[in-house]
Design a protein. Structure first.
Length: 244
């Protein structure tokens, strides 16, 4: 999955995460378009943003910051929370964050399919970029009998998740069906095709592998246990900031 550390696919209708710290990674929230209402996103950098359906929020925690996300009353949030690794030399940067609105995300047409280019590059089109990591994110809707071809760099890793339906993923000389809720990771493919006999929703991540060793402990990803211990101590002492 490198440069990805973790992907959490969720539907949330009430506060669930609570206020929590992050360090050594970027926490990326990808809102799907079938979400309803707003997803409030706050952090210790002073940001207080309502994410709308289709939006993205990138929270580069780096040396440590505090975060909270929760649906507004009556909202139904369908989204991904993705932990993206940072290069070892960037883990102690100052925290930063940015918000991409759904209306600013390019749309790529396919054969009876459409892909939102949430991040990165695909088929010669460039979308927004996350800091410090070469990462592409496509949010793809395929109609019955449809097909979408993604062309990118063959030296990157790919990680693909089936949200609904059972799309067929084809790369190089390999092909597999991804039932809803399943994922696959591979490298060494320039062209990746996703097709479906019936309607499907699939997400594709593609990134340059960092190949940096890390240890994950909950919301932290650092180079050693001692570094994570130090970040946890800083959080308990209030040195990562606060939201309230």
């Amino acid at each position: 999955m490198d440069p990805l550390i973790m992907v959490d696919h969720f539907i949330m209708t009430e506060p669930t995460f609570g206020t929590h710290p992050h360090a050594g990674l970027s926490a990326v929230t990808v809102m799907f378009q079938d979400s309803e209402g707003a997803f409030r996103n706050r952090d210790s950098l002073g940001n207080d943003v309502d994410l709308a359906p289709g939006d993205l929020y990138c929270f580069k925690a780096a040396r440590g910051a505090v975060h909270n996300e929760e649906p507004r009353p009556g909202a139904r949030t369908h989204a991904l929370q993705v932990f993206v690794g940072l290069p070892a030399e960037k883990r102690y940067d100052a925290p930063a964050a940015f918000h991409i609105r759904a209306e600013d995300i390019p749309l790529l047409p396919g054969e009876r399919s459409t892909a939102r280019l949430v991040l990165g590059d695909s088929n010669g089109v460039r979308g927004p970029a996350v800091p410090d990591v070469l990462l592409t994110l496509l949010d793809i809707d395929i109609q019955a009998g449809g097909r979408f071809l993604h062309q990118g760099a063959g030296d990157q890793h790919a990680w693909i998740l089936s949200i609904t339906g059972a799309p067929t993923v084809t790369w190089n000389r390999s092909s597999t069906v991804l039932p809803s809720g399943s994922a696959i990771a591979f490298g060494g493919a320039a062209d990746i095709t996703m097709s479906a006999d019936h309607a499907a929703h699939v997400v594709l991540f593609r990134g340059k592998p960092l190949r940096d060793a890390f240890i994950q402990r909950g919301p932290f990803a650092m180079g050693s246990e001692a570094e994570i211990d130090a970040v946890e101590a800083a959080y308990r002492a209030g040195r990562l900031g606060s939201i309230d």
